[in-house]
Design a protein around this ligand. Structure first.
Ligand code: SF4
Length: 377
């Protein structure tokens, strides 16, 4: 490597790319966690894992990854599935645009790449939901081809090792250094090792330098400067308190309406609900007026059955659940609606708070309870 190469300028004193790659390789083989997506790292499995890990913890991804792969074992199976099935499988992982993008990308891979993920960065980045980092991860881990990639972990590890100060230009230096290391060893091992090192050893606060393969030449360690790249302190988010009323109709089947096409949780279903503007009114009365105003239904009776709390971004929502007995079949003029037997609720994609309500309804039904007193088992 010549000295005008950006990566050469970023290397810590006393270390070459090859030495760093070798140190990473040895450490990874000794210390890496056994994770399901690391076994048989086919392009499809790596892609699904990287997308799942984007906003979900490793612990949460572990069982869900295996379940997803069982249900959609390859690109063609994913492309052939309905969006509703994919959303349903993704339920609970959050950030549902990831599931929609996986589904759209699978169709593109079948249509334009013969059902095989491409290995070049440009083609990967042309697929929905695959950005620069994920493309680099797929190329290096799945195809074992040299790639630069920068996430918070890799940025911190390489920034500290090479003494790169955080800045816009630093991003490029870290990328080039990662590319250079991956080209000096097994890209599959080197890039995974950098990610793993950032997760397990080079922690934002209190890095475990004694266990690190870079400890003999790491600039941050030698200069005892861990203040850079320690990770930003989370800002106090301004929490907005919200109240909603959610209606479960007391009919043999569950009345669901589709989520709006252009908002959060689109493609999923929910029990009818509405934001409460007048916090002084009782939930049952609010539900009655929502039913009349938004659905043109005058309920026979309404009963407040409980409340739950959920939080999405800065919105902390108190959700009042009201069971309504309706005079006949419900409907909805503005959105799709459907009636679903309790036994089929599990297969319908519902946002997490709605799933909690559905579970309660199913257990009430199994226990033979009818809160409107229409008899039970
Ligand atoms: S020696 Fe310490 S600071 Fe440097 S990379 Fe390793 S864990 Fe991070």
């Amino acid at each position: 490597m010549t000295s005008d190469c950006p990566a050469a300028q970023s290397l810590p004193a006393g270390a070459s790319s090859a030495e760093m790659a070798t140190a990473l390789d040895g450490w990874f083989r000794r210390s890496a966690r056994r994770l399901p997506w690391r076994e048989a790292p086919t392009p499809y499995r790596v892609w699904i894992a990287e997308v799942m890990l984007q906003q979900t913890t490793v612990a949460a991804c572990r069982p869900r990854f295996e379940r997803f792969i069982r249900r959609f074992p390859d690109v063609r199976a994913l492309a052939a599935a309905s969006l509703e099935d994919v959303l349903s499988e993704w339920e609970g992982l959050g950030y549902y645009s990831r599931a929609r993008n996986l589904w759209s990308a699978a169709k593109m891979i079948v249509d334009f790449h013969g059902g095989e993920l491409p290995s070049d960065i440009e083609s990967l980045q042309a697929l929905p939901g695959i950005g620069k980092y994920t493309a680099g991860a797929i190329r290096s881990i799945a195809f074992d081809l040299p790639s630069g990639m920068v996430d918070a972990n890799i940025r911190r590890v390489l920034g500290r090792v090479a003494g790169i100060e955080p800045s816009n230009a630093a991003e490029r230096s870290v990328f080039q250094l990662c590319l250079s290391l991956s080209a000096s060893g097994s890209p599959r091992i080197v890039n995974q090792a950098l990610m793993e090192l950032g997760s397990l050893v080079c922690l934002p606060r209190g890095p475990l330098c004694g266990e690190c393969p870079f400890r003999s030449f790491c600039r941050a360690r030698l200069e005892e400067r861990f203040d850079c790249w320690h990770g930003s302190v989370p800002k106090e988010a301004r929490v907005v308190q919200v109240e909603e009323v959610c209606i479960t109709a007391s009919v043999e089947e569950n009345w669901l309406i589709s989520r709006p096409r252009d908002g959060r949780w689109r493609g999923m279903w929910e029990f009818p609900r509405a934001r409460v503007e007048d916090g002084s009114a009782a939930p049952a009365e609010l539900a009655r007026s929502v039913l009349e105003r938004d659905f043109g239904v005058v309920p026979v009776s309404v009963q407040h059955t409980g409340s739950l709390r959920y939080r999405v971004t800065v919105h902390d929502t108190q959700l009042h659940i009201v069971s309504a007995m309706l005079p006949g079949e419900p409907g909805c003029a503005l959105r799709e609606w459907r009636l679903v037997p309790p036994a089929e609720l599990a297969a319908i994609p519902l946002p997490s708070p709605m799933r909690r309500i559905a579970r309660t309804l199913i257990s009430q039904r199994l226990a033979g309870l009818d809160i409107h007193g229409r008899g039970g088992a």
